[in-house]
Design a protein around this ligand. Structure first.
Ligand code: HEM
Length: 181
């Protein structure tokens, strides 16, 4: 993963739990990078998993919930850095449909060989959108968190049914997203 993801994780941990907690985390996990990340460089995915796993133990939050909370936080940070993507889309569903074909396409121009997932989407009706996620990294909980962040941004309520999951042996995850009144 790119250093920007680690920079945002560091920012979240320091904001929520303090600098001492981040130092403690780095000390406990003992990473090759020593926790020093340059935004545009790539670092092993294992490091993000190790940091999230230890942080979830420290904070006594299940790892999946922590990664989802991180995804939500990361969304707001990405939008702060790249407001153009949300500025261009007026609805939550239009935005979600642009992630694969517009946003991550631009990310490939901004970053050198980023590790990005594959998304396919199918709009079922006005209130239901199916997003199919696949990635060798299986960061579906991060994707769920990013979607939660987008919903906050667009101020919509929704229900997400994670009906098929790569962590249960499938080759993709299906998210059925239903808008709620
Ligand atoms: C709801 C909206 C979004 C979803 C669901 C989403 C999904 C994801 C996921 C799941 C990953 C982790 C890589 C993987 O799973 O293989 C990722 C990486 C990334 N995404 Fe998105 N994304 C969203 C919006 C954005 C936006 C608005 C930006 C802004 C530029 C962005 C930029 C990135 C970057 C920089 C990475 C890291 C690439 C790397 O580490 O090499 N994404 N995205």
């Amino acid at each position: 993963m790119k250093g920007i993801v680690f920079n945002i994780l560091e920012q979240m941990v320091i904001e929520k739990a303090g600098l001492v907690a981040w130092d403690q985390l780095l000390n406990d996990v003992q990473l090759d990078s020593q926790g020093i990340y340059t935004a545009g460089k790539s670092y092993p995915d294992d490091e993000v998993v190790a940091l999230a796993t230890r942080a979830s133990e420290m904070l006594d939050i299940p790892t999946g919930d922590l990664i989802k909370a991180f995804g939500c936080y990361m969304f707001a940070q990405l939008v702060e850095r790249y407001p153009i993507f949300t500025d261009q889309k007026t609805t939550f569903f239009d935005f979600l449909k642009s992630v694969h074909d517009v946003i991550h396409v631009e990310v490939r121009k901004l970053y050198d060989e980023p590790s990005l997932p594959d998304f396919k989407h199918k709009q079922i009706n006005d209130t239901q959108l199916l997003m199919r996620y696949s990635s060798p990294r299986k960061f579906c909980m991060l994707a769920e968190g990013l979607i939660a962040g987008a919903a906050e941004h667009y101020q919509v309520k929704y229900k997400l049914d994670h009906r098929t999951c790569m962590h249960q042996g499938a080759d993709h995850c299906d998210f059925l997203i239903t808008l709620e009144p």
